[in-house]
Design a binder for this molecule. Structure first.
Ligand SMILES: Nc1ncnc2c1ncn2[C@@H]1O[C@H](COP(=O)(O)OP(=O)(O)OP(=O)(O)O)[C@@H](O)[C@H]1O
Ligand SMILES: [Mg+2]
Length: 374
């Protein structure tokens, strides 16, 4: 590890060796994949879903299974689904499976190619839905063809899967019709960053994928694991995380990305060879909050009045049904449940479980809201 380089990554999915903990979850997902049980990762935003999917795929690769990763972020039409599947499958299926997958994709006509500028263009594919669906069907059936050649079950990860809901009516029904016959040929892992839409896809009895994938929950990271990782990476790069680390852990309450973001900033604020103290921590926190002020403000503006009130109560630790919630924030007890549902669906809050009140997913947003309230 290079001394002068910040070791904490916070703005993109991380490589499997850098993953803190998540052993139980990755083992469970790899086992489900081998057994042929589809799974869906349920977790708040930025809890490490994509990073974990990549680790599970790498583990399955090592077990000798063909693997593929497809990111559906931002898709808007059935044709987009086709492009993403095509691109994802072309970049996947490593090792001995590569040549079979490549040949199969190439045999599917018409071909998709990319313009010189990197913008996707389609050659010979009309945007007509029928054609898109034909091609979608062929791509979705690729694991079946691969199995005919290799006799090995494939593991396919669909990330940002909730985007499918906005890409065309009944695409989830179409998907189900293709994958339900692939009992020996493929296991699917689904992940998404919008809890409400993922719930709609998999937990609404009316929808085709209802009950089709085992939920695997990703919770916050344990303080002890974060402590060891952060302290060690400070040491390896010639710095001491000192008393700042305790403060950091208290603030981020196990949120994986927020922990790495704060660790990154505290590291930046610490001189080479020096110890990170209270003062360093405060400087780092103020800097991060200032950097995110615009994003927090637009998140706040998106909320309606009653949702803002509930967020304010949760940010300040005031019970939503208490007299203080009513007097200080004007919360009408009758509106709490509707707000709670909306905020849960949007991933702004999460359920603590066990009858405890919900909590704000992003602890830094909570700090910003508190500063707004004065
Ligand atoms: N287990 C972990 N160990 C260390 N850092 C983690 C872990 N999980 C997540 N992170 C941190 O969170 C960041 C985001 O991870 P990732 O992109 O995998 O999350 P995500 O849940 O897919 O996010 P999104 O909801 O935006 O799709 C990483 O850059 C890293 O800083
Ligand atoms: Mg992700």
């Amino acid at each position: 590890m290079k001394t002068g380089l910040n070791p904490f990554v916070y703005n993109h999915p991380i490589d499997p060796p850098d993953l803190i903990d998540r052993d139980a979850e990755s083992q469970m997902l790899a086992t489900l994949a081998q057994e042929g049980n589809h799974a869906r990762l349920t977790a708040p935003r930025r809890y490490g879903k994509t990073s974990l999917l990549r680790k599970v795929l790498a583990d399955c690769d090592r077990l000798g299974m063909p693997t593929a990763y497809v990111d559906f972020f931002g898709i808007q039409t059935a044709a987009d689904v086709v492009h993403r599947l095509d691109g994802g499958y072309r970049a996947s299926f490593h090792g001995p499976f590569r040549k079979f997958a490549e040949a199969l994709i190439r045999s599917i006509q018409p071909q998709v190619s990319f313009s010189a500028e990197g913008a996707t263009i389609s050659m010979g594919i009309s945007r007509d839905d029928r054609q898109s669906l034909d091609r979608l069907q062929t791509l979705l059936d690729l694991p079946v063809k691969l199995f005919e050649k290799t006799g090995v079950r494939a593991v396919i990860a669909f990330d940002e899967f909730q985007s499918l809901l906005g890409a065309g009516p009944n695409l989830d029904g179409f998907l189900r019709s293709r994958i339900q016959a692939q009992t020996k040929e493929a296991t699917y892992l689904f992940a998404g960053s919008h809890p409400g839409m993922m719930r709609e896809l998999f937990s609404n009895r009316e929808r085709p994928l209802f009950g089709q994938a085992r939920p695997v929950v990703l919770g916050p990271l344990a303080d002890a694991d974060l402590y060891l990782y952060i302290a060690e990476h400070f040491e390896l790069t010639g710095k001491d995380s000192g008393s700042a680390l305790g403060r950091l852990l208290d603030v981020v309450v196990g949120h994986p990305q927020r922990a790495m973001l704060m660790a990154n900033r505290v590291w930046d604020e610490t001189e080479p060879g020096a110890v990170a103290d209270e003062e360093v921590f405060v400087r780092a926190l103020d800097g991060v909050i200032a950097d995110h002020a615009e994003a927090f403000e637009s998140e706040w503006r998106r909320l309606n009045v009653s949702d803002r009130r509930l967020v304010s109560a949760l940010a300040t630790g005031v019970g939503p049904f208490s007299a203080e919630a009513k007097s200080r924030f004007g919360i009408a007890p009758g509106s709490v449940e509707a707000s709670r549902r909306r905020l849960l669906d949007d991933g702004v809050i999460a359920d603590a479980g066990g009858g405890r009140t919900s909590y704000l997913v992003d602890p830094l947003f909570g700090i910003w809201v508190r500063s707004l309230l004065g």
